[in-house]
Write a protein that binds this ligand. Structure first.
Ligand code: ATP
Ligand code: MG
Length: 574
């Protein structure tokens, strides 16, 4: 390809809203074009990278037995109503009507569609297992689309759906896909970790996320410094906390604690470690019937409530969709005082509230808790005196706390999720009535798995892992061209001719080469090479007349002189 013909509109300035380098450079170097909020077009360079990523994913998925399909993007809402997700999925689901007033959704994920296909055609265990995947557009009406391709509304996903006769076979395929994902990310040049994760809106029993560590990541993972334990903060476990030495021994009593509406204030006033103070977090639980209910979560004063765990705790009791914060003024309507909420008399004040205690509070005594009166606390509280408390793991596994497996120190790291694999079980096959006949002729629901990769997010992830302050740096397998051939002085005909003949040789050797034939200064061409991020620049400078060429590696910008033959051998080999 000749640079003079390449449509790669570069910008002098990064887009104003770009905070991530991947977003900044993808736009500035002309890989993508924003068309609307969270909606992007891929320009020729972006499309070249995308195709490379897709071909690696295709190859590995197929080598692992999955079959490529292309599912519909527009889906009749009836299918989503049947699965029960039409009302549950939330506002990310874009719903619209056709001219006949029928409801449709733009597919944010395709469990329903894949299940409907299996239901129509797979009648016997003999046709199982099967794994169908696609690489296609998704639409999710994200509340805060941002960071370019990282969190878009329209994006490209690889989503696979597998169908099995039993859970043993689903377990086997889950491991098979786990292996496939490792191969895919390794071939893409990404360093990822597989971590324990929450199953979110997709559902199912077990899931693993594939993430890369990056300071800009929107997710947090919890990793043990001593053993291999690593999990998304949304599900991360910790060991039972060690009790501090200075236990506040007091007989059970109500105690005036004026002006202590925060844990810090009570702690300072009573000279008690926050560990021994019960923190109450009140949330409004939105239910699938559009009604809501209060939930009160108790954790230790120096712990924080983990919202995903809290929502999952609610889901174990009621059809909860999401949690919302609740203001102090609204609390007062229930007779609750922010900062003074405790378990005594709570059921009387809010009879319908869901009440949960963090598992770390099991058998806890010598506690301080709010007395449900302004300016009053109870001291000497022993939770064993209550019966039927609902203990659940609802607190965040904090940095510095102990690993549940080995007692090592837990650390927090920011991360980017690039893939997620789920064991769905029979969640969708049951709701959509997708059945097959087993060996004994009994009708059974399929055991299902699903496996996603954020294909367009990968462009951003690769750059977050590799880019430097000058621009994009792609991995070897994803760069839009392997080498940019730059003639230092195009006015020098001898150099120009050398450049042209090298270009032809490289093309003949099937090396992906971009000949920078533009009438630009050498400095400008180098700057564009650095911004675009192809793996190498091959410089045809003055020494070329003596047969010496310079190869610059984009990663680290190291330079090396080579003869023409060495250049060809080198570029054919890397
Ligand atoms: P997130 O927590 O980032 O919203 P998710 O759990 O909703 O992700 P899945 O439903 O598992 O994601 O989708 C599979 C993959 O699609 C994710 O691992 C991620 O890489 C990608 N993905 C999800 N949402 C977006 C988005 N808004 N923009 C780009 N890629 C996305
Ligand atoms: Mg999401």
């Amino acid at each position: 390809m000749r640079y003079s013909k390449l449509f790669a509109p570069t910008l002098k300035e990064p887009p104003k809203d770009a905070v991530l380098k991947s977003h900044q450079f993808l736009v500035q170097a002309g890989y993508i074009q924003q068309i609307g909020s969270g909606v992007y077009s891929f320009l020729p360079l972006g499309q070249r990278v995308l195709k490379k990523i897709i071909s690696i994913i295709d190859e590995v998925m197929q080598a692992h037995g999955a079959q490529s399909c292309l599912f519909n993007f527009v889906t009749p809402a009836s299918l989503w109503q049947e699965s029960g997700r039409f009302d549950k999925y939330g506002k990310e689901l874009l719903v619209f009507k056709d001219r006949k007033d029928n409801d449709f959704v733009l597919g944010p994920t395709h469990e329903e569609v894949a299940t409907a296909i299996a239901k129509a055609h797979i009648k016997s265990y003999k046709q199982l297992p099967i794994n169908l995947y696609q690489i296609h557009t998704k639409f999710r009406d994200e509340i805060r689309p941002r960071f370019g391709l990282m969190r878009a509304r329209e994006f490209i996903m690889k989503d696979a759906y597998s169908f099995h006769a039993d859970t043993t076979d689903l377990d086997r395929e889950f491991e098979n896909m786990h292996q496939a994902y490792h191969e895919i990310f390794t071939r893409l040049g990404l360093k990822v970790r597989a971590i324990e994760a929450d199953s979110g809106a997709i559902g199912g029993s077990k899931s693993k996320e594939f993430v890369l560590l990056a300071p800009c990541g929107e997710d947090t993972l919890v990793a043990c410094a001593s053993c291999a334990y690593v999990a998304n903060i949304e599900v991360a476990k910790r060991a039972k906390r060690a009790e501090p030495d200075n236990v506040p021994k007091a007989a059970f009593a109500k105690f005036p604690t004026p002006n202590t509406p925060s844990i810090e204030a009570v702690s300072a006033y009573l000279k008690v470690e926050p560990f021994f103070i019960l923190k109450a977090v009140v949330k409004k639980v939105l239910l699938d019937n559009a009604e809501s209910q209060l939930a009160v979560f108790f954790v230790r004063g120096d712990d924080s409530l983990e919202e995903t765990k809290a929502l999952n705790a609610c889901k174990s009791q009621v059809p909860a969709l999401s949690l919302e914060d609740i203001e102090g003024a609204e609390l007062r309507k229930y007779g609750l005082f922010a900062g003074y909420i405790g378990p005594y008399g709570l059921q009387h004040l809010v009879p319908n509230a869901l009440v949960f205690f963090d598992t770390d509070l099991q058998e806890a005594d010598s506690l301080i808790c709010g007395a449900n009166e302004e300016g009053m606390h109870f001291v000497g509280v022993d939770l064993a005196t209550f019966s039927g408390l609902n203990y659940q793991d609802i607190a965040t596994a904090g940095a510095g706390q102990a690993c549940a497996l080995c007692g090592g120190v837990l650390e927090h790291h920011k991360s980017i999720e690039v893939g997620h694999i789920f064991k769905l079980g029979d969640k969708y096959s049951k709701s959509l009535g997708a059945q097959f006949l087993d060996k004994e002729g009994r009708a059974c629901c399929f055991e299902m798995g699903c496996y996603g990769i954020g294909v367009s997010r990968l462009l951003a992830a690769i750059l977050e892992q590799n880019a430097d302050e000058k621009g994009c740096v792609w991995s070897g397998s994803t760069a839009p061209f392997k080498v940019v051939l730059i003639v230092a002085n195009t006015k020098d005909h001898a150099l120009d001719d050398l450049g042209e003949s090298l270009y032809t040789e490289l093309l003949n050797a099937k090396v992906e080469v971009l000949l920078d034939d533009r009438a630009e200064r050498f400095g400008a061409k180098m700057a564009d090479f650095e911004l675009m991020g192809c793996s190498y620049a091959l410089i045809v400078g003055n020494k070329a007349k003596e047969g010496v060429f310079e190869i610059i590696k984009r990663h680290g910008l190291s330079k090396q002189e080579m003869s023409q033959q060495e250049v060809l051998d080198f570029l054919k080999g890397v």
